[in-house]
Ligand binder design. Structure first.
Ligand SMILES: [Zn+2]
Length: 260
């Protein structure tokens, strides 16, 4: 990661993160998924950072509702998914697009990650991944619009990024996700270790994010559907033989939907 760029969390609603990229040389910043204007505006006022751009991963209100109010104060480009309608987007982008924001030592690469929504995109830059509601730490987004096939392909695409990639997800869901992951893989010591760490973070009110992709590959059941033990457990739970990775993924997602 560029030492000149850091990322700060702004908490919105109950568990949303508005990620703020900060250029330490210029004190300029970029906001990702400002779902709520009030905390974003307060943060910008307190830090005196100059807003350069807004990035949007998908159309859900809890990722986009703050855009309108921010644009009343700041005249900045808004990057967003070309396949979705998001109020305020000036730079529609999709799979394979790259862009550069003036004054920043970063090149953003756009990855299409349909599944949670049909036009969902993720932004990758210098070892940082802003993946919205596609990939969470120890979990993945719900299938609101896409198919299991699409979501699995999106997760596989993200899983192939370099292992040291830092994941900046749209929500603080890690603790609940880890409880599910531990139920699926009770013998996995990496899950236990991460659970202990995340408990400490959350007790101190600190984000559990970012996490590295390398660690996610070890703890996230949705990136580990091909593991025999996991597949066996899902087959037993659902009482049927599952024959393809996408079936295994679909039943795991369904299990998580009903897990309390
Ligand atoms: Zn969403």
């Amino acid at each position: 990661m560029s030492t000149q760029v850091s990322v700060e969390p702004i908490l919105a609603f109950k568990d949303n993160y508005i990620w703020c990229l900060v250029n330490s040389a210029t004190k300029h910043c970029i906001l990702v998924d400002p779902g709520e204007a009030r905390p974003a505006l307060a943060f910008l006022k307190n830090t005196h950072y100059t807003l350069d751009a807004i990035l949007i991963t998908h159309h859900h209100w809890d990722h986009t509702n703050g855009v309108k109010a921010l644009l009343r104060t700041y005249s900045v480009p808004v990057y967003g998914p070309a396949k979705e309608t998001v109020l305020g987007v000036t730079q529609p982008v999709d799979e394979g697009d790259t862009f550069h924001i003036e004054g920043w030592p970063l090149n953003f690469k756009v990855l299409a990650t349909p599944g949670h929504t049909l036009g969902h995109i993720a932004y990758y830059a210098e070892g940082m991944l802003f993946c919205g509601d596609t990939l969470f730490s120890a979990g993945c987004g719900r299938l609101f619009e896409g198919t299991a096939d699409q979501m699995l392909a999106s997760l596989n695409k993200l899983a192939h990024l370099p292992g040291d990639t830092q994941l900046y997800c749209g929500h603080e869901y890690t603790l609940a996700n880890l409880h599910f992951a531990q139920m699926i893989e009770p013998e996995n010591s990496q899950i236990k270790e991460r659970l202990e760490k995340v408990r400490e973070f959350r007790q101190s009110n600190l984000p559990s994010l970012p996490n590295t992709l390398e660690n996610e590959r070890k703890i996230n059941p949705f990136l580990r559907c091909e593991q025999i033990r996991i597949a066996d457990r899902i087959e037993k739970h659902h009482g049927r033989r599952l024959t393809s990775p996408v079936e295994i993924f679909a039943y795991l997602r369904q299990w998580k939907n009903n897990y309390k």
